[in-house]
Write a protein that binds this ligand. Structure first.
Ligand code: PEP
Length: 257
């Protein structure tokens, strides 16, 4: 079994126009001049800041990702951005199916699947988000909900293609709330997801797929989460908006890996 690579990904959400992006990234580069090759680092600014981010991160160890894409190649889809456009802009990653997109923009599992497949076709790594609501956890349906999301998101993705997919487990109740899953809760769900992946593919494939955790991860709680054996990194919202805390998270991952 190959060693899984840590991934620290910053989801800026609807924060940071081009000038703010430049400032934040200059601060980050200043704080993290070199990044261990054992940790992949990506920032996902809003679409309009991707160009600025790619420019500012040229010759750095930090990669650029987008927060969404549309699965069609081009055409009459006002407001949408294609995977090929992201490639042309210098993106290597894209977040797919974030719970905020599912909730506010009615993204279905089917749409998430189409977007993930398109990212793979265009050789961008999709970070496919899954996670349960607070009610679903209270009702004890969280494992089934997440199983279903994983299965539907990965429909028709082959056993070689899946190796270039990252899964992000993001319990909705922990996103932007300051509430974090306990390390045990995160590990338990990551193991659950990995066993679903083993059913969909096989054990060896499942053990090679990165599963990262998202939900109020910050320097104060990152170490206990990232030291869980099945937690392969973090998708970070709030704490990615400050150079200091994002740099600290990268350093914590470097020290563990
Ligand atoms: C996210 O948006 O993916 C996220 C995890 O946000 P936060 O870290 O702010 O909870």
């Amino acid at each position: 079994m190959g060693k899984r690579q840590f991934l620290i990904a910053g989801n800026w959400k609807m924060n940071g126009g081009p000038y703010q992006a430049a400032e934040l990234l200059d601060g980050l580069k200043e704080k993290k001049k070199n990044i261990s090759e054992d940790v992949d680092v990506v920032v996902c600014p809003p679409f309009v800041s991707l160009g600025m981010a790619v420019q500012h991160l040229h010759n750095s160890d930090i990669q650029v990702g987008a927060q969404d894409l549309y699965f069609e190649n081009n055409g009459a889809y006002t407001g949408e951005i294609s995977a090929a456009m992201l490639v042309e802009s210098g993106c290597n990653y894209v977040i797919i199916g974030h719970s905020e997109r599912r909730r506010y923009f009615a993204e279905t599992d089917d749409l998430v699947n189409k977007k993930a497949k398109k990212a793979i076709t265009e050789k961008i790594i999709p970070i496919v988000c899954v996670g349960e609501s607070l009610d679903e956890r209270k009702n004890n349906t969280h494992f089934n909900i997440v199983s279903d999301q994983v299965k539907k998101a990965l429909k028709d993705i082959s056993d070689t293609e899946i190796l270039d997919v990252v899964i992000a487990y993001e319990p909705i109740w922990a996103i932007g709330t300051g509430e974090t899953a306990t390390p045990a809760q995160a590990q338990q769900m990551h193991v659950h997801i990995r066993s679903r992946l083993a059913e969909l593919y096989d054990d060896e494939t499942a053990s090679a797929i990165g599963i990262i955790y998202g939900g109020s991860m910050k320097p104060a709680n990152a170490e206990e989460l990232l030291t869980q054996p099945d937690v392969d990194g973090g998708l970070i919202g709030g704490a990615s908006l400050e150079a200091e805390s994002f740099a600290e998270l990268i350093t914590i991952a470097e020290n563990i890996s």
